[in-house]
Design a protein around this ligand. Sequence first.
Ligand SMILES: Cc1ncc(COP(=O)(O)O)c(C=O)c1O
Length: 348
Amino acid sequence: MKIEKIAESRWNENAWKGAAFGSVFSDHMLLVHYKDGKWLTPEIKPYGTLDMFPALHALHYGQSIFEGMKAYKGPQNETLLFRPEENAKRLNKSATRLCMPEIPEDIFLNGLNELLKLDSKWVPKEPTSALYIRPFMFASSNFIKATPSDDYTFMIITCPVQAYYTGEVHVKVETDYTRAAAGGTGAAKAAGNYAASFYPAKLGQQEGFQQLVWTDGDTHEYIEESGTMNIFFRRNNELITPPTSDSILAGITRNSLLKLAKHLGIKCTEERINLEQMAADYKSGAITEAFGAGTAATVATINSITYKGEKLPFTATKDSYAAKLRTALQDLQYGRSEDPFGWRKIVE
Ligand SMILES: Cc1ncc(COP(=O)(O)O)c(C=O)c1O
């Protein structure tokens, strides 16, 4: 690995506080080029601009994928990662779907480890803050023809962040626009999926909703995800969530919460969730909670769901499943509890 250190660190205690999520970047970035069918030597450099030609393939045809993960400060001031190999695996699944080359897991994981060692002071110490990590890969050939690129670039950049949602989360069920269709790219973390979601999300925000609940593209009768989070409901004493599919991103938080909930003795069921049934179960008092799960927001309590113009409010309680699972997950991530699952990795 080639390492070029920054001449003078940009870090200071308050550089990022109060800044918008993901807008202040740490000192270094990882860069690996793929040329002539192979990955070249990884490089770490000061965070900075990239040289590119206007014909850069990714700009025209959208062969661009990414991951989202976090590093946490533990009680001994150590830097902790949470199931990082799962992000490496998912990036490669996305790569396959977008006709891009897989990146060897050791390039991803060793590169990330070196980057975090160098920028460890950028991992915030505050209890709900973390260093957000953005690995991504894009097509970097220079030609404009609608065929896969020959060359690719894999990078990792990082940014210190505070909690994603600070206020209430009110969501609207989206039944006109579709995030991802059967057979499409919804199960991949493809940049284009997010581009397609911005317009309906903007319309929702204009109506006062923080997020949308995406529904299936065929019938709009089944719940898929909420914004960039997987969605969970509490139905009596059971946790329910839609099963993953080719239109739902298999969240690592989702998978972890299912395992944690079972560990805590909570019954979990993965089942397709019909909207009419959800509304009926809400009205009968069976469904009492809803929350989203994802790396950025961790476990985000949903304060209301609006479906067919009717607002279904949820009352937050201290002993909610969301609160229990948030505490259990964050205790694991920040190194405050035993790790029976072997999910934590120390950067060293
Ligand atoms: C569409 C979508 N669903 C779900 C998730 C949650 O995934 P994870 O828990 O791995 O962050 C994300 C965020 O990465 C996402 O973008």
